[in-house]
Design a protein around this ligand. Structure first.
Ligand SMILES: Cc1ncc(COP(=O)(O)O)c(C=O)c1O
Length: 388
C-alpha cells in the first residue's frame, strides 16, 4: 500500500463478494444469464407513493439543506411509528435522520467510542460495522456465535468477555448474514447486561419489518439508554435514496447534533420528503404485500437448499438471507462461490465476507430475486453439486 495512504486503511477490509460481482458483470457482458443471489436489496422498486413525494419536493425547486438532525415532521412521524408499532414513547428530539443506517452507525460510534475501546459483536455479522469501529481507532472484537444462540450474542457471553477497555455491544436482529432473530427475552437480557456493565448498546434494527411470522422487539422497549440504528433502505425499499435514522440516549442528543452538522450537514432533502410518505397507510399496505412475497421466497429457498443437502441449523425468520452450511460439498466456500459463478452463472456471497468463524463452510444466499429465477438457480446448483 502506498505510504501516502493513511495507515488506518490497513484495518479496513473490502468485500470478497466484490470480486464475484465484477466477474458476474463480465460474464453478463459476454451474454451469460447471471442470476443474482448475492445482492442485499430486493428487486422491488421504491413504492410509487414515496417516489411521488420525492418528485413533488424536487418540482418546487426548494431543495435546500434541512436541519442537521432532519426534518422535524419526519422525526415526529418516526416517533409515532415507535408508538404504533411497539407501543414505546421516543421523544422526536432523540431521533436523527441520517444517510442510511451506515450514516447512523458513523454518528452513533463517533459520539460514543474512544480510540482503543472495544466494541463487541457477533461473528458472523455485517462487515462494515467493524470497519466503522476501526475508523474511529476503536477495536471491533468479534465473538463467535453458533446455532445454539441463533447466531446472536448472549448476555452470558457479554459478561464473560467484558474487560477494562470494553465499551459497547452491537446486536443486529434480524441478522445479516443469518436472517436469525434474537428473542424478546434474550434482547432484554443483553440490553440490561450491557447497561449494568456501564456500556453502550447498539441495536441494528434495519431488517425490522422484514420478519416472517415472529414477534420482533426493539431495544427501546427495554431501555432508553440504547442506540437504535434503522433505515428506509430495506423494508421501505429505498436503498439508493440513502436515508435512515438513529435514536440516541438523551445524554447524547447534543453530541449527535454537533457531529451530524459536521459530517453530513444534513441528509438529502428530497429523500427526507419522500420518506414522509413511507408511513402512509397506502405505502404500508404495499410493503406488507412485499413482505408476504419475501416470506414465500424464503420458504421456497429454505426447502430447496435443504433438499440439495445444505445444512441450515436455525430457520431464518427475517431479512432476506439464508446462511447455509456447505461443508458437505466443500471446505472452501469462497472457491465454491467462484466456481459456481464461473460454471453456472449464479452469484452468491461467501461466508468470509462476514467474519472468520466457520466462514469457509458457509454461504449466504439472498432471496432478493423471484421464485422463478431462484428455481433456475437451484437447478444449476444441483447440477454443479452433482458434477463436484
Ligand atoms: C445489517 C446491516 N446494517 C446496516 C446496513 C447499511 O444499510 P443502509 O446504509 O443502506 O441503510 C446494511 C446493508 O446491507 C445491513 O445489512
Amino acid at each position: 500500500m502506498s505510504s501516502k495512504i493513511a495507515k488506518r486503511m490497513q484495518d479496513i477490509s473490502s468485500f470478497y463478494v466484490m470480486a464475484l460481482l465484477n466477474r458476474a458483470k463480465q460474464l453478463e457482458s459476454l451474454g451469460r444469464d447471471v442470476i443474482h443471489m448475492e445482492i442485499g436489496e430486493p428487486d422491488f422498486p421504491t413504492p410509487p407513493t414515496i417516489i411521488a413525494a420525492g418528485i413533488n419536493l424536487l418540482q418546487t425547486g426548494d431543495v435546500k439543506y434541512t436541519p442537521a438532525a432532519g426534518l422535524p415532521e419526519l422525526r415526529q412521524k418516526i416517533a409515532c411509528f415507535y408508538q404504533s408499532q411497539y407501543a414505546v414513547d421516543v421523544a422526536a428530539e432523540r431521533i436523527f435522520i441520517t444517510p442510511g443506517a451506515s450514516g447512523a452507525f458513523l454518528l452513533a460510534l463517533g459520539i460514543s467510542l474512544n480510540p482503543g475501546e472495544e466494541l463487541l459483536m457477533a461473528d458472523p455479522c455485517y462487515p462494515c460495522n467493524s470497519n466503522f469501529a476501526s475508523l474511529y481507532g476503536a477495536i471491533a472484537r468479534s465473538l463467535p456465535v453458533d446455532a445454539d444462540s441463533a447466531y446472536q450474542l448472549t448476555a452470558a457471553q457479554i459478561k464473560h468477555h467484558w474487560r477494562g477497555n470494553s465499551k459497547g455491544v452491537l446486536i443486529a436482529s434480524p441478522s445479516n448474514p443469518t436472517g436469525t432473530l434474537v428473542s424478546p427475552e434474550a434482547l432484554q437480557a443483553v440490553v440490561q447486561t450491557t447497561n449494568a456493565l456501564g456500556g453502550c448498546f447498539y441495536s441494528d434494527e434495519i431488517y425490522h419489518g422484514l420478519v416472517y411470522g415472529q414477534t420482533v422487539a426493539t431495544a427501546l422497549q427495554y431501555s432508553d439508554d440504547v442506540f437504535v440504528i434503522n433505515s428506509f433502505s430495506k423494508y421501505f425499499g429505498m436503498t439508493g435514496w440513502r436515508i435512515g435514522w438513529l435514536v440516541v440516549p438523551e445524554e447524547f442528543v447534543e453530541a449527535a447534533e454537533k457531529l451530524a452538522q459536521n459530517i453530513f450537514i444534513a441528509t438529502s432533502t428530497h429523500s427526507q420528503y419522500a420518506a414522509l410518505a413511507a408511513f402512509d397507510p397506502e405505502t404500508l399496505a404495499e410493503l406488507e404485500c412485499r413482505r408476504a412475497e419475501l416470506a414465500a421466497r424464503r420458504d421456497f429457498l429454505y426447502a430447496q437448499l435443504l433438499r440439495l443437502g445444505f445444512t441450515i441449523p436455525v430457520k431464518p425468520e427475517g431479512a432476506f438471507y439464508i446462511y447455509a452450511d456447505c461443508s458437505r460439498f466443500t471446505d472452501d466456500s469462497y472457491q465454491f462461490a467462484l466456481d459456481f459463478l464461473e460454471q453456472e452463472a449464479v452469484a452468491i456471497t461467501p461466508g468470509k465476507d462476514f467474519g472468520s468463524h466457520h466462514a469457509h463452510h458457509n454461504l449466504r444466499f439472498a432471496y432478493t430475486t423471484t421464485v422463478d429465477k431462484m428455481a433456475v438457480a437451484m437447478q444449476r446448483l444441483e447440477r454443479f453439486i452433482n458434477k463436484g
